[in-house]
Design a protein around this ligand. Structure first.
Ligand code: AGP
Length: 609
């Protein structure tokens, strides 16, 4: 985890680095720090807590130099404290690090035996001491870094400055994201593009095993052996204002409201409506290979795993392909049985989730073709897989995933229609109907969003409860899981998602007037069953908040609160049903005064195990 940034150029170093860190805070915010030059000396400022604490201790006009590095931390080794905050210093060098050095204890022991003194509990500090141990022998910074990384096991993106060369900066990538921004006589290097997007749209993606050297002569990229590489420069099309709050109180609220647009963008270019066909624009050949696959295994973490669970319903029902779903962190360690004819799909908003990346690599070592469903263009996952289906949700800043989830569901629906048509299990007529319904979804989401006040009222009635149970059946069961995850991560209320039919096998013992039960009920084939579940809850004195479809007069008198969504076909109901659950979690969190966009202990992109 953690966000890092380096800048080299003639503008105000400190404000550019701090501004970049602000856009990287979603990656962690336990502490922040910055290093810059003043009168030829490296100044180090670090502070526990959010970036605002760091800003509060920065002097006026702090720097007269041309380079600086910064860090926003998500603690792994060592509690949040000033000593554990980055940058770390050794000799004349300072460094920021994102990742984990797995063999840090043995490296630290060796370096301590050589007389080096450590001031933090972090794994990161060994990196700079190790580099310095070579640098002190008279090797160049470039060669010192290369020699150090040869001894390091784990994942890292690192930026290093030396007091001896204030106009130089070295950055290295192995297993953690790092992107170079190329401006007019200035350069950025950062964990993610929004860190510098308001300054340049020209980027170079670094791969694992690559390092970049910035100097007054420009930049050079090389591998860990020093061999120079020629890399392509890409242009980013995102609008920087897309990454701002746009008038909403929180990024999460803005991102919930962006879903109609995000879904339209995700569908765009993929549909031939008249023919009832989906076109996998940009990934056609992959689609053709996939057409004959025997089984699909979908992996992901958190919300992306919930999308995978919905994907199983969609692909099995529409395309008649057997699907297995696995949590990426489980998949990677259980020696999964994969055979010829299998396909593995990795779902990830960020494309940087360490467990998902490792799971995809595991599939690849077994010779299994891979596809990613990913939001961040050029992310590690998108480059690791044989093909990628981009969900054009745009930058998602709030830690709680919202538009990424519904665009993942959109992508899975498109894939299911594509494969269903090509495998002959979805007729032209049925394909057309489903595509027609999909086109209606953005409008229907707007209708749900128009009733935000109603959901906010419910939230105000229930925000003091300590436990919630979410029940759904069939394709809405993963939506119940997602609703519960949203609530717990941003309001710190204990919430459990459960398949409603399982309630009687245990959770029913929990039911009383202190645990509201959120029930997802559509008039589908399990409607009668879910009504029975509502009755079971009510019979035990439980409180029911129902989300049902317009025109459902049967459920209203049975429950305590009810909120309606437009009528929708079962396959698309997860997209629509998710919206009020996001709003519920959002407004509960606001009522509790929680930090909606940056909930405690979490980070947007989990780039460590
Ligand atoms: C979602 O609200 C969570 N913050 C989290 O579960 C997230 O979905 C998970 O960490 C996976 O991230 P990814 O989609 O970027 O891989």
């Amino acid at each position: 985890m953690c966000g890092i940034i380096g800048y080299i150029g003639k503008r105000d170093v400190v404000s550019l680095v701090v501004d970049g860190l602000r856009r990287l805070e979603y990656r962690g915010y336990d502490s922040a720090g910055i290093a810059y030059f003043l009168k030829g000396e490296i100044q180090l400022k670090r502070s526990v807590g959010k970036l605002s604490s760091l800003e509060a201790i920065l002097p006026r006009n702090p720097s007269d130099g041309v380079s600086g590095i910064g860090h926003t931390r998500w603690a792994t080794h060592g509690k949040p404290s000033e000593d554990n905050a980055h940058p770390h210093r050794a000799g004349t060098l300072v460094m920021v690090h994102n990742g984990i050095i797995e063999n840090y204890l043995s490296l630290k022991k060796k370096l301590q035996d050589e007389g080096r003194v450590f001031t933090s509990d972090t794994d990161s500090e060994v990196i700079i001491h190790l580099v310095d141990s070579f640098y002190q022998k008279g090797l160049s910074l470039e060669v010192s870094v290369q020699k150090a990384v040869m001894q390091m096991h784990g994942s890292y993106a690192i930026c290093i400055l030396s007091k001896d060369a204030p106009d130089e900066l070295v950055a290295v990538r192995s297993g953690c994201p790092l992107v170079v921004g190329v401006g007019e006589s200035e350069y950025f290097v950062a964990s993610d593009i929004p860190a510098f997007l308001s300054h340049t749209r020209n980027v170079i993606y670094l791969e694992d095993g690559e390092m970049v050297l910035f100097s007054p002569n420009g930049l050079e990229i090389c591998d860990f052996k020093g061999a120079r590489l020629v890399k392509e420069q890409h242009q980013i099309s995102w609008d920087p204002v897309m990454a701002e709050k746009g008038g909403y109180r929180h990024f999460m609220q803005k991102e919930i409201h962006e879903q109609p647009r995000a879904i339209v963008d995700t569908i765009r270019g993929h549909v031939a409506q008249e023919a009832g066909e989906v076109l996998l624009a940009g990934t056609e050949e992959i689609g053709q290979w996939m057409e004959n696959c025997q089984r699909i295994v979908i992996i992901g973490c958190g919300t992306s795993w919930h999308a995978a669970l919905v994907g199983k319903f969609l692909l099995e029902e529409i395309a008649k392909i057997p699907v297995e779903v696995d949590i990426a962190s489980e998949f990677r360690y259980r020696d999964p049985h994969l055979v010829k004819g299998d396909w593995v799909i990795g779902i990830s908003q960020s494309g940087e989730t360490a467990d998902t990346l490792a799971a995809i690599k595991e599939a690849k070592t077994k010779g299994i073709p891979t596809l990613s469903i990913c939001n961040v263009v050029g992310s590690s996952l998108s480059r690791e897989t044989d093909a990628v289906f981009y969900t054009h949700a745009g930058p998602e800043i709030s830690v709680a995933s919202t538009k990424a989830f519904t665009t993942q569901l959109t992508a899975l629906t498109l894939l299911a229609i594509y494969l269903g048509r090509r495998r002959g299990h979805l007729s032209e007529k049925a394909g057309k109907q489903l595509i027609h319904q999909l086109f209606l979804i953005p409008k229907q989401i707007e209708e749900v969003l128009a009733h935000e006040d109603r959901v906010a009222d419910i939230a105000r009635n229930f925000f003091r409860y300590r436990d919630f149970l979410y029940l759904g059946r069939g394709i809405l069961y993963p939506v119940a899981l997602e609703g519960a995850l949203k609530l717990k991560e941003i309001s710190y209320i204990h919430a459990e998602g459960y398949p409603a039919g399982e309630m009687k096998h245990g959770p029913i013992a929990l039911i009383d007037e202190n645990m509201p039960v959120v029930v997802l009920a559509l008039k589908d084939k399990v409607y009668e069953k879910i009504v029975s579940n509502v009755m079971e809850v009510k019979a035990r004195g439980g409180v029911v908040i129902a989300f049902a479809e317009e025109g459902d007069t049967e459920l209203a008198p049975l429950v305590d609160e009810i909120c309606f969504i437009p009528k929708v076909v079962s396959a698309l109901s997860p997209i629509l049903m998710t919206i009020p659950l996001q709003l519920l979690a959002y407004h509960v969190s606001v009522s509790r005064g929680s930090d909606v966009d940056q909930p405690r202990n979490l980070a947007k992109s989990v780039t460590v195990e």
